[in-house]
Design a binder for this molecule. Sequence first.
Ligand code: DGL
Length: 279
Amino acid sequence: MKVDPSQRSRPIGVFDSGLGGLTVAAELAELLPGEDIVYLGDSARVPYGIKSLETVRRFAREDAKFLLGMDPKLLVVACNTASAAAIDTLRDLSGVSVVDVIAPGSAEAITCGEGPVGAVATEATIRSGAYQATLESLAPGREVHLAACPLLVPIVEEGRAEDDPIVTHVLCDYLRDMLRVRPTSLILGCTHYPLLSRAIGKLMGPDTTLISSGAAAARDVARVLEACDAKNPQDAPGQLDCYTTDNPERFAKLGERFGRRKLTSVHYVGTDELELNFS
Ligand code: DGL
């Protein structure tokens, strides 16, 4: 993966189906505090995780195209579902390097030991087979266990506490098979799941290492920028400019919890504009 060093002052483009990818933006900001980030959250069309892969692919192309119009030096597909459905298409249409969230998390997960690897994600991500295929290509023959956890996205968006009995109940149900397997590592393969990492960690116990796919992707971005000498040289903290396809006030308010910072620059962009931009 290459980033043109003459582009080092350009922002990093990040997109997601909605607010969740702000967890990835937060990881990027922590590792690379001088980088400007331009973020698109497709809140009008969230969730992607229950839609067909064709629909997600179309949305992801439109999201990427919008951000590419801002001339980023690199594009991060923060959404696991979009990464699963569209990464090859996105790489084909982008003139810049594209970092997804599935390969980096998978690469970290297999280094935790020789035992089984687990991944939890949205229904569409699991259905796509992307985690299975990526893990199989990185560690042929390794035991892989997957679980779709569709209720976790609305639970996190609703702001339920990690020790809320509803959270415990839902996790126990989704992770029942995973608990029998006790994988060496468990990939949190969805933007929202890091907000439940304490609850998931408590349930899985100390022998399972949790891997946040977003944090792994941020480490990948840092490695790529470092290797290409393309880090932003500015001393000032980087800006986070957000665009949402739905209500910007709501995005700014709810987004703080995901992005771990105040969101002071949130703009509206209509899905009709994204669609037009693509045609
Ligand atoms: N961002 C999605 C993901 O990481 C979760 C939310 C959704 O279903 O759109 O898969």
